[in-house]
Design a protein around this ligand. Structure first.
Ligand SMILES: C[S@@+](CC[C@H](N)C(=O)[O-])C[C@H]1O[C@@H](n2cnc3c(N)ncnc32)[C@H](O)[C@@H]1O
Length: 281
């Protein structure tokens, strides 16, 4: 792939999704876009980019779908789900008036293992929840991965990653070579397309936001902007969970560590002090 073509792809995916790629990733870009060329009967990446940039939204989405990395698995990293079970839900139940629905958002949910893991934890906490409604909203920029998430179908490898056997037997049915998660579990997650570069104004306020293993793909100014928006969507005493390699340190002052658990974040200020924020930027 020539230098101008790789630069074109790098610019496109950065503007469309915030993802930062470098020219060393030319092999990755070629490997990911080659199947799209074949399936679409297009002669070159250059031609694909011309069409995507000139307003062919379907092709632009295909490029985004191809260049996003959707690595995920059930109960990924374990600790966030332990925090959710042992700290977050008990604290929220203690603070929120009875009858108030709890709202959770998985902000880059990939193929759905993260929100489905949360459904399973909530089932374990049924007695504690005592009939309390919990909404789980799950979004991603990739339409292809969202349709996989909504299908609730996982292959053998996927159900062997992180999912306890007890839960495999409780929630899944074997269908051919694959496993289908119970339709009741699928129904409990509201999947929708959402680009983290956009303003999530109409979504209301969430008690818990999982935004894990996606910020690593963005540069610092983009992460700062996204943190700002997440802080605006999070209840003042809500919880933000990040991936193991992600941190607010040196990027934003809108979150602070939970006093008990270093991995938990709660917003420090609803309206950040502009002077402090300038100092970080
Ligand atoms: C590595 S997966 C992480 C999935 C899950 N949160 C986890 O930790 O296992 C990253 C996801 O972020 C999505 N993504 C990338 N850029 C995005 C953007 N600008 N807005 C929303 N989602 C995005 C990708 O499509 C991908 O599914």
């Amino acid at each position: 792939m020539s230098a101008p073509v790789i630069l074109r792809v790098i610019d496109f995916i950065n503007k469309a999704a915030g993802i930062v790629l470098t020219t060393e990733k030319a092999y990755f870009v070629e490997a990911r876009l080659s199947p799209v060329l074949r399936e679409e009967g297009l002669p070159s990446i250059d031609e694909l980019m011309t069409r995507a940039e000139r307003g062919d939204r379907r092709l632009a989405q295909r490029v985004i779908d191809a260049l996003t990395t959707n690595e995920t698995f059930f109960f990924r990293d374990k600790t966030p789900f332990e925090h959710f079970r042992n700290v977050i839900i008990p604290e929220l139940l203690a603070r929120r008036p009875a009858g108030k629905t709890l709202r959770i958002w998985c902000a880059a949910c990939s193929s759905g293992q993260e929100p489905y893991s949360l459904v399973m934890v909530l089932d374990e906490l049924k007695a504690q929840l005592a009939g309390r409604q919990v909404e789980i909203h799950a979004s991603d920029i990739s339409e292809a991965i969202l349709s996989k998430a909504k299908s609730g179908i996982f292959n053998q490898f996927e159900v062997q990653r992180g999912l306890p056997t007890k839960m495999l037997l409780q929630y899944f049915q074997k269908v051919g070579d694959n496993w289908q998660i119970s339709p009741d579990v699928v129904k409990r997650v509201n999947f929708f397309k959402f680009n983290l570069l956009e303003e999530p104004k109409t979504m209301g306020t969430f008690d818990v936001i999982f935004c894990r293993n996606v910020l690593i793909y963005f540069d610092r100014p983009t992460r700062a902007k996204i943190f700002d928006r997440l802080a605006d969507r999070l209840a003042p005493d809500g919880f933000l969970l990040l991936g193991g390699a992600e941190s607010t340190f040196g990027v934003t002052d809108r979150f602070t560590s939970h006093p008990k658990e270093r991995m938990l974040h709660v917003p420090l200020l609803r309206r950040a002090d502009p002077a402090a924020r300038t100092a970080i930027a």
